[in-house]
Design a protein around this ligand. Structure first.
Ligand SMILES: *[C@@H]1O[C@H](CO)[C@@H](O)[C@H](O)[C@H]1NC(C)=O
Ligand SMILES: *[C@@H]1O[C@H](CO)[C@@H](O)[C@H](O)[C@H]1NC(C)=O
Length: 464
């Protein structure tokens, strides 16, 4: 629980940042994604032994270890200019925006609780995001068909638009974020990790195999954005676009037209490489610059350059790079070698879930931090070793080679407060609008790691 002192501290800091924000209207924005599922997330209680301050232990006993309560969310809001509530979905029959929580009434109450935080944090704008990877079909797959259906017919679009306008005003949101689902690029075929010529690899899949109607969908999406802009402007609401990683902007986004009608775009500069899509090869999830022998589009720099190119750089202030607060983790096998140097061959899929977050192949920053701090007394005993990046160009990782039985191998590519600050610095140097942070619930919101709450978020804010 927050003490009175830190509560007023947060308020004062909040108003200070508010002043700061006014003086730099265009740059240095921090867009915080908030995964609403974290509000009900449960993990194992056992892990929290290392939370050493009494007030932390208290909050731990009040809520589950990975569960982010509203009180715990508040300190983050001192740093954020926008809080993006993730995620709402789309109803396949009516084409209306819908709540994704099974307990519908409960979730809508949650909408209200979140937007009511405006009273304490008047500088924060609250957006509702539709899409992301949580709007699944009955088979549990990401369902982009409904999203394309909305685009394809003017009546479907108007039904969607009307529902959005109503939803935003009913629940007090300041705007809509489109984390729109388009067909994803196919994962790269893996034929030996160190395949030399990427150009040869590129020919293995064609644009047609992703979506044969991509040109129509691109135009229809631009139309939807333009229409939504008109609807939302009338009620003074904002509109933003969040690109999902693996959605090819070249195929689906008419960049000049979309930029004309949105307030900002969060580029999908994270999760280029994930255990879900690339189970056999472990690699850095989001290098800042293109890496040797990899898909050259898989870098923050390339994505930024692509968007800048489309408008001759004139819209830099509308672009935000995305930075993750989590790592992507793979099982290392005996054939993955012992150096940990990526790419990691012969990986065996997603590593086991972290004890707090419970998602295979994903470790939150506090989970990674704890693993790194667990140093065995016997130096030879297997433990996770961190490998830094003195070039500051690619990113960091940590690994533990598999033992003689092929067990316990782990490789994780991640961000920490330092690498996140490097990326924020890149955003500044490029004259971009700011940074989108994915996600507050996976940062160290209790300060378990080094005592300071939201260390990655903080580090980004100070660098912007
Ligand atoms: C951006 O434009 C430059 C100059 O035309 C070109 O060399 C570069 O490849 C382009 N980059 C991207 C990512 O589109
Ligand atoms: C990863 O390794 C763990 C144990 O080391 C094992 O339980 C899990 O099944 C492995 N995952 C895959 C996808 O093989």
């Amino acid at each position: 629980m927050l003490s009175h002192r830190s509560f007023y501290g947060a308020l004062i800091l909040g108003s200070f940042l508010c002043l700061l924000q006014d003086s730099m209207a265009e740059v240095g924005k921090l867009v915080c994604f908030y995964e609403a599922a974290s509000f009900v997330r449960e993990g194992e209680l056992g892990l929290l032994i290392f939370a050493c301050q009494t007030d932390q232990r208290l909050s731990v006993s009040l809520s589950g270890p990975a569960q982010l309560s509203l009180v715990e969310l508040e300190p983050a809001l001192s740093f954020c200019n926008f809080l993006v509530y993730g995620y709402a979905g789309i109803d396949a029959e009516s084409h209306k925006i819908k709540s994704l929580d099974p307990e519908l009434s409960y979730n809508r109450q949650h909408y209200r609780k979140i937007t009511a935080l405006r009273q304490k944090f008047p500088h924060v704008r609250f957006l509702l995001s539709v899409g992301g990877n949580r709007d699944l079909s009955a088979e549990g797959l990401v369902d982009n068909v409904k999203y394309l259906n909305v685009l394809e017919q003017p009546e479907h679009r108007s039904s969607f638009r009307a529902s959005v306008v109503a939803e935003l005003s009913n629940y007090g949101f300041d705007g809509l974020d489109l984390a729109w689902q388009f067909p994803m690029n196919r994962p790269k075929l893996q034929q030996g990790v160190l395949k030399r010529a990427w150009s040869a690899v590129r020919g293995w899949f064609s644009v047609a195999s992703v979506d044969s109607k991509a040109p129509e969908h691109r135009e229809q999406f631009a139309t939807l954005v333009r229409e939504l802009r008109m609807d939302l402007q009338r009620s003074g609401k904002l509109l933003s676009l969040s690109m999902l990683p693996h959605v090819d902007a070249e195929l689906f986004i008419d960049v000049p037209s979309v930029l004309e009608h949105v307030d900002f775009v969060n580029l999908g500069t994270y999760d280029f490489h994930t255990p879900e899509r690339d189970p056999k090869v472990g690699d850095l999830p989001a290098p800042l610059y293109a890496m040797y022998d990899r898909d050259p589009t898989h870098s923050v720099q390339h994505q930024v350059q692509y968007w800048l190119n489309q408008t001759s750089g004139s819209n830099a202030g509308q672009l935000h790079i995305s930075i993750a607060s989590y790592g992507r983790s793979w099982n290392m096998t005996r054939n993955s070698g012992i150096t940990g140097y990526p790419p990691i061959p012969a990986a065996d899929g997603a590593a086991p879930a972290g004890k707090q977050t419970g998602i295979p192949g994903l470790l939150s920053w506090p989970e990674i931090c704890e693993l790194l701090q667990q140093q065995p007394l016997d130096k030879e005993a297997p433990h996770l070793r961190k490998v830094g990046d003195p070039t500051k160009r690619f990113g960091i990782y940590a690994y533990r080679s598999a033992d003689e039985n092929g067990q316990n191998g782990l490789w994780v590519g991640y961000e920490d407060p330092t690498t996140a600050a490097i990326k924020a610095g890149f955003s500044q140097a490029q004259g971009l609008g700011g940074v989108a942070f994915h996600d507050v619930s996976l940062d160290d919101f209790r300060g378990q790691c080094a005592g300071e709450k939201y260390p990655i978020l903080r580090s980004i804010k100070y660098r912007l």
